[in-house]
Design a protein around this ligand. Structure first.
Ligand code: ITT
Length: 204
C-alpha cells in the first residue's frame, strides 16, 4: 500500500514546527508547502470565523496538491476587547505586522481600556480535506489570561503574553513539549490523530 501523503497547509513556520512534532509517528508522509512544485501565494483570509478561514485555506491548498490537506486557523480571543484580536490575530497591528508589533498593540489596547490581566482563550481550528470527502474540523481551546508585560523567549506570536489557566508563567516560558501537551493546537491535533487513524483504517 502507498504511504498516504498529508500536506500541512501553513506558511507560518512556527505553527508547522508544532504540527510536525504533534504528528510524529503518524503512518503518513507529512509534507510542507515547500514540498509543492511551486509555493503558491497565500490566500486572503476573508472568513469571519476560525472555521471559515481553516476551510478556506484547506480548499485553496487542495487545488495545488493531490493528497490530504490539513489547514490550521488559530488566534487569541480576549472577551474584554470584544473578542479581539480573534481572526485578525496575525495582523492585529496591520497587514504585514510582526509578532512583536501585534503584542504591543494588544498591551496598548488593554491599557487604553483599563483592563489588567483579563481572561483570554487561544483557539485553534484544524480543517482536514481528503479527496472526495467532506471536510472535517477539529477544535482546541486553551483558557488563560493576558500578562501585563511580555515574559519568556520561547514559542511565537502571543506566547510571551499568555498565562495558561493553572500556571503563573507565560507560554513563552514553557518547554515546547509542555506547550504541545496543553495547547489549543495540541488539543485539536489529538482529536485529528484519532480521525486520521480511522481514515487510514487503523486503530488510533
Ligand atoms: P497560515 O495562515 O499560513 O497558517 P498565519 O500565521 O497567518 O499562518 P493564522 O491566520 O491562523 O495563521 O493566524 C494565527 C495567529 O494567531 C498567529 O500569527 C499568532 O499571532 C496567533 N497564534 C496562533 N497560535 C498561536 C500560538 O500557539 N502561540 C502564539 N500565538 C498564536
Amino acid at each position: 500500500m502507498l504511504t498516504p501523503r498529508l500536506l500541512i497547509a501553513s506558511g507560518n513556520r512556527h505553527k508547522v514546527r508544532e504540527i510536525r512534532a504533534l504528528l510524529e509517528g503518524l503512518p503518513a508522509e507529512v509534507l510542507g508547502l515547500e514540498d509543492l512544485p511551486f509555493v503558491p501565494e497565500e490566500p486572503e483570509e476573508t472568513g469571519a470565523t476560525f472555521t471559515d478561514n481553516a476551510l478556506l485555506k484547506a480548499r485553496y491548498y487542495s487545488g495545488f496538491f493531490e493528497g490530504c490537506v490539513l489547514a490550521d486557523d488559530s488566534g487569541l480571543i480576549v472577551p474584554a476587547l470584544g473578542g479581539a484580536p480573534g481572526v485578525l490575530s496575525a495582523r492585529y497591528a496591520g497587514s504585514g505586522a510582526d509578532d512583536e508589533a501585534n503584542r504591543r498593540k494588544l498591551l496598548e489596547s488593554l491599557r487604553a481600556s483599563g483592563f489588567t490581566e483579563p481572561a483570554a482563550d487561544f483557539v485553534c481550528v484544524l480543517c482536514f480535506a481528503a479527496p472526495g470527502q467532506p471536510p472535517a474540523f477539529f477544535l482546541g481551546r486553551w483558557p488563560g489570561r493576558i500578562a501585563s508585560a511580555a515574559r519568556g523567549t520561547r514559542g511565537f506570536g502571543y506566547d510571551p503574553l499568555f498565562i495558561p489557566e493553572g500556571h503563573s508563567c507565560t507560554v513563552a516560558e514553557l518547554s515546547p513539549e509542555e506547550k504541545n501537551r496543553l495547547s489549543h493546537r495540541g488539543q485539536a491535533l489529538a482529536k485529528f490523530r484519532g480521525h486520521f487513524a480511522k481514515f487510514l483504517g487503523r486503530d488510533p
